[in-house]
Every structure is written in structure tokens, then in C-alpha cells.
Design a binder for this molecule. Structure first.
Ligand code: FAD
Length: 311
């Protein structure tokens, strides 16, 4: 089976979710990757280690304009006769996968967490991760968007052939006026470890202890929605139903009650540690480890323990 995987390589780097998508594609068939922009051929060739046979790169345009990317992916799918097209279910993937599926008249499986079974059934996440479902499309072609962090990348070595590709994707429909990188070394959606805090921290002046623990762990920082709404923390740190959805290996939540809208964005985390003074806080029900205690005492002690471990 011919499989096409779209990979976003626009900042020159290949993100972890791209490796996940390529590994996933390899479980289905022969993988061709399609991308655009200026990533160097060496970095693209390394996708061969995750199962790509070939990488098609259109260098005529940069960026993630959904209309241009739709044309790019559809052209590449025609070029390689792809029966399955795979995206990572991130911000770009979500918006382009649906367009590509409409153009190709292919059924869309959104938020996949499992490899298609022999009969084509795919396990997907539904209701913000509260439940799962099984989806089977009955079109000849299909588009699958893979939930980030639901599939382990497998590096088996090797390189892929990198070929220049012309998709004639036209002008961008969106004009980007300015690009601002979020502060913080580790982008939240890709972070393996996350330290997060909520209104229980009383004010922005107390975030030093959250940042200190995050620095010691090599973690990204996050927050609940009201914290971002009040302006204690930047909006890109807000996780939950209306914020960023994350699935790190470790999520430490201090002073967050665990409202359903918050859980919707974090309940895919592998291990959840909750620190809360209220033993009845709903978050404890979703926690793997719970500390009934004052974040102002627990966070600095955790940081000290990690410092000792790191020494
Ligand atoms: P609170 O609910 O005020 O909880 C603070 C917690 O801190 C309490 O449990 C308290 O016991 C504890 N605490 C207090 N002092 C300490 C201390 N010293 N040490 C340790 N613990 C302490 N919220 C999100 O987070 N993300 C979303 O995406 C989101 N989307 C929403 C969408 C809609 C449509 C709606 C209606 C709401 C949404 N919300 C979202 C808001 C959500 O319902 C909650 O109001 C919010 O998550 C609560 O934030 P919090 O836990 O920081 O604050």
C-alpha cells in the first residue's frame, strides 16, 4: 500500500510528532514523506530511519498556509498514488487533513491512536480523550490524523532519498504579518515533562518556584485557563479544552482544581502528579500520584530533591 505522510519541516527541524507519523505510516505500507520550505536535505533524509523510503520537498514556498499545503499534499498523493495520507493531529495537521480529505474524496479518521486493523478499523480518541471509538471509512482512499504522543517513534537506521518536488501550490491565502516565538526553551506541545500551576498559586509573583522546578527537570511550564485569562501567565501556556492539548510523559499540577475543561487537555499524560491542599479536589481522581499539601512547601522541596538527584 502506498502511504503519504505530511511532515512540517518549516523551522528547519523535524519535530517528534513527524517521526511518530512516519513510524505509524510504515506500519501501513511504503512511506513517502511530503514537505515544503527550507529544511536541509540531510535532516529530511534522516526520516528514512523511521521508515520513509522517499521525501518529496517543494522548496517553492515556506510556511504552513493551509490552502498551499492542501495543494501540495494532494499533488504528492497523486504523484505517488497514495491510498492513505497521514498527518499529525497538531494545529497544522488538523486544518489541512480535512481539506485534503475533501479534495481527494477520501474518508477522514481524525485523532487516531492505533494502527488500522486488518479490516481497516482505526481506534480514535473522542470527547477530548474522555472515551475512545473505532472508525472505519468506506472510501477507496483515506486520510488519517494521528494524535501526537500516542505512538512511539521507532528508529531503525537508514536514510531516505530526498527529491525536489513542484506542486504549483500558488500564492498563500493568509498573509503572516509577524511571527513571535513563545518564550521558554521547550515548546509545550512537544514537551515530555510539564510543570503546571493554577489559581492556587495566588499570584504571578509566585511562579518562580514553578519555573525553578521546570528548569531542574528540563520541563516546559503550563497553567490553567483562569491564570492566563487574568494575565498571570502568557496564553500559550494555557492547557485544556480551550487551550493546548498535551500528552507528556509527566504532568505535575500544583494548585489546580482539575475541572473537566482542564482535564480535557491533559488527561492523555502518561503520569499525572497533583499537589493540592484540598483532599477533595477533583484532580486527585485523575492523578497517578497525589500530594495533599501546600504548593508553597511542596514545590521547593521537590526542586531540592531533583537538584540532589541531578548533582
Ligand atoms: P481553581 O478552580 O480556583 O482551583 C484552585 C485550586 O488550588 C483549588 O483546588 C485549591 O484547593 C488549590 N489550592 C489553593 N491554595 C493552594 C496551595 N497553597 N497549594 C496547593 N493547592 C492550593 N480551564 C482550564 O484550565 N483550561 C481550559 O481549557 C478551560 N476551558 C474552559 C472552557 C469553558 C467553556 C469553561 C466554562 C471553562 C473552562 N475552563 C478551563 C475553566 C475551568 O472550568 C476551571 O474554572 C479552571 O480550570 C480552574 O482553574 P484553577 O484550577 O487554576 O482554579
Amino acid at each position: 500500500m502506498s502511504v503519504l505522510v505530511y511532515v512540517n519541516s518549516n523551522n528547519g527541524k523535524i519535530a517528534k510528532n513527524a517521526m511518530e507519523a512516519v513510524t505509524y505510516g510504515k506500519k501501513i505500507g511504503n512511506v513517502t514523506v511530503v514537505t515544503n520550505g527550507g529544511a536541509d536535505a540531510g535532516a529530511l533524509a534522516e526520516l528514512g530511519a523511521y521508515g520513509a523510503d522517499k521525501v518529496l520537498v517543494d522548496r517553492a514556498f515556506e510556511g504552513t498556509d493551509p490552502q498551499q499545503l492542501t495543494k501540495l499534499v494532494v499533488a504528492a498523493a497523486e504523484n505517488v498514488g497514495a491510498e492513505t495520507v497521514i498527518f499529525s493531529n497538531d494545529l497544522v495537521g488538523k486544518s489541512v487533513a480535512s481539506r485534503v480529505s475533501a479534495r481527494m474524496k477520501a474518508g477522514l479518521v481524525a485523532g487516531a491512536t492505533g494502527v488500522p486493523a486488518e479490516d481497516g478499523t482505526v481506534k480514535v480518541n473522542v470527547f477530548s480523550g474522555k472515551a475512545f471509538g473505532f472508525v472505519k471509512v468506506n472510501t477507496a482512499k483515506r486520510v488519517i490524523s494521528l494524535l501526537p504522543n500516542s505512538f512511539q517513534p521507532e528508529n531503525n537506521g537508514g536514510t531516505a532519498a530526498v527529491e525536489e518536488f513542484t506542486s504549483n501550490s500558488g500564492e498563500a491565502g493568509i498573509k503572516v504579518l509577524e511571527t513571535k516565538k513563545p518564550e521558554g526553551a521547550i515548546p509545550l506541545p512537544e514537551a515530555e515533562l510539564v510543570v503546571s500551576a493554577g489559581r492556587g498559586l495566588k499570584g504571578p509573583e509566585n511562579w518562580g518556584m514553578v519555573e525553578e522546578l521546570a528548569t531542574e527537570l528540563g520541563a516546559a511550564t503550563a497553567c490553567s485557563r483562569p491564570v492566563a485569562d487574568i494575565g498571570w501567565r502568557p496564553h500559550h501556556e494555557h492547557v485544556g479544552q480551550t487551550g493546548v492539548a498535551i500528552r507528556p510523559n509527566l504532568y505535575i499540577a500544583a494548585g489546580i482544581s482539575g475541572a473537566i475543561q482542564h482535564l480535557a487537555g491533559v488527561n492523555g499524560s502518561k503520569v499525572i502528579v497533583v499537589i493540592n491542599t484540598d483532599p477533595e479536589a477533583p484532580f486527585f481522581k485523575a492523578a497517578d500520584y497525589g500530594v495533599v499539601g501546600d504548593a508553597f512547601e511542596v514545590l521547593p522541596r521537590l526542586t531540592e530533591a531533583v537538584k540532589k538527584f541531578n548533582a
